[in-house]
Design a protein around this ligand. Structure first.
Ligand SMILES: O=C(O)[C@@H](COP(=O)(O)O)OP(=O)(O)O
Length: 400
């Protein structure tokens, strides 16, 4: 990850996989972009911050059973125990996965940012010829798209002007986007020494005699991270039951899970990403070779859509697979879901005309992607295409 210019975060560890706050991950200082002419922006965006799912709401509600904390046996400070004892949880099923104020703020921020960065692209009014926008049918994605576009065009955009993602469009793979499959790596990690130590620590901090079930610890972690995502200046009292090292283990748990469900741990994911990468190639080639096509292409979807682009580009790929036994040696791994897919995560590819050359820069969450193979961030479009082709050639080899 080339950019480590994050906004100052208070003294606690704040990287919570796909429930991370966007601001903690995106660079504070804007990348100085080239002065070349922008031909097209192609972008895939995950919706802004949302409430947790039904399941998670139900699990967090259960935490009321763990609130009679004994100040004598607990290692929490008195005021932390008081805050926990006063903790109430009001979310109900009807809140599940709804976008929240922080989500609107993120999208407004992203829309304003893109308008400032590419003034020429956004100087004209929104119209479906110059701007191709396709949105997942989920309300959180539609609302995110509208907030983003209203700000980018400084005009109220009507939802009916936006195209809906087709459930069976291979580029978006909506049908398979939520993957519940649990791998042996995940099960073994849950039953392994690192998680065992987290469970022991939480029980000790709370002053309990018995160990807790991992699902309860997970619910405490959810209570902590979703509260942080909602009110970024406020800590849930549940955060106090974790040490920073424990939070790093839980982050790895999610990294491992997504590595196999959406990442390089399963070659089907790379295979499935071909459709969205081909869409990028078609759009950029059309601009480059036929001088036609929209100025902007925007897809508003989910975690699965962003990961699909990441693995299709071959970004954040480690040379060693993440497994249940290599947490310690993978400390500096590239596959960090907190950085890759926070709320409002986005990948932006920008096609430029620099003199007679056609170039491209990729951005992940506003940080430029460094392309190791060619040592560039502003790279020749032809060489990037070769790189993408060679990635798929390797896939075809594996298939044979
Ligand atoms: O597609 C969906 O419904 C959820 C799945 O979330 P996880 O279960 O992967 O956290 O992703 P989101 O919309 O938040 O990007």
């Amino acid at each position: 990850y080339p950019y480590r210019l994050y906004e100052h975060i208070n003294d606690r560890y704040r990287f919570f996989s796909t429930a991370t706050v966007y601001k903690y991950v995106a660079p504070v200082v804007r990348f100085p972009e080239s002065n070349c002419e922008v031909l097209q922006i192609w972008m895939v965006v995950r919706h802004g911050t949302r409430f947790p799912s039904n399941n998670i709401i139900a699990n967090i509600s259960e935490l009321h059973n763990y609130l009679s904390i004994n100040k004598m046996t607990s290692q929490l400070k008195n005021e932390e125990v008081d805050k926990l004892n006063l903790w109430t949880f009001k979310l109900k099923d009807e809140h599940a996965e709804k976008i929240i104020e922080q989500g609107y703020n993120d999208m407004t921020f992203l829309g304003r940012n893109i308008r400032n960065l590419y003034k020429d692209i956004f100087k004209d009014n929104f119209n479906s010829q110059d701007f191709k926008v396709i949105v997942s049918p989920e309300t959180r994605c539609k609302e995110s798209a509208i907030m983003f576009l209203n700000e980018a065009f400084q005009k109220v955009i009507d939802e009916n002007e936006l195209e809906k993602m087709d459930l069976f469009d291979a580029r978006f793979n909506l049908v398979n986007r939520v993957k519940t499959m649990v791998t042996d790596f995940e099960t073994n990690f849950i039953n392994g020494p690192e998680i065992h130590k987290v469970i022991e620590n939480v029980a000790r901090i709370l002053g309990l005699d018995n160990l807790l079930d991992f699902n309860i610890v997970k619910a405490m972690h959810d209570a902590c991270r979703y509260q942080k995502a909602k009110d970024i200046n406020f800590d849930s009292p549940w955060c106090a039951v974790f040490t920073d090292d424990d939070l790093k283990v839980l982050e790895y748990y999610y990294d491992l899970k997504y590595y196999y469900s959406h990442g390089y741990g399963n070659m089907n994911n790379v295979q499935e990403s071909m459709a969205i990468i081909q869409d990028l190639i078609n759009n950029f080639d059309n601009k480059d070779q036929n001088k036609s096509g929209p100025k902007g292409v925007f897809y508003f979807g989910h975690t699965a859509n962003v990961f699909s682009v990441i693995v299709g580009l071959g970004y954040a790929k480690d040379t060693i697979h993440l497994t249940d036994t290599n947490f310690a040696s993978m400390k500096d791994r590239k596959w960090r879901t907190s950085y890759l897919d926070p709320f409002s995560s986005n990948i932006r590819a920008v096609l430029y005309k620099c003199g007679n050359d056609i170039k491209v820069t990729f951005f992940i969450n506003d940080a430029p992607m460094y392309v190791e193979q060619y040592d560039c961030t502003l790279c020749s479009w032809d060489s990037i295409k070769q790189l993408l082709d060679s990635q798929y050639d390797q896939l075809i080899q594996i298939d044979k």
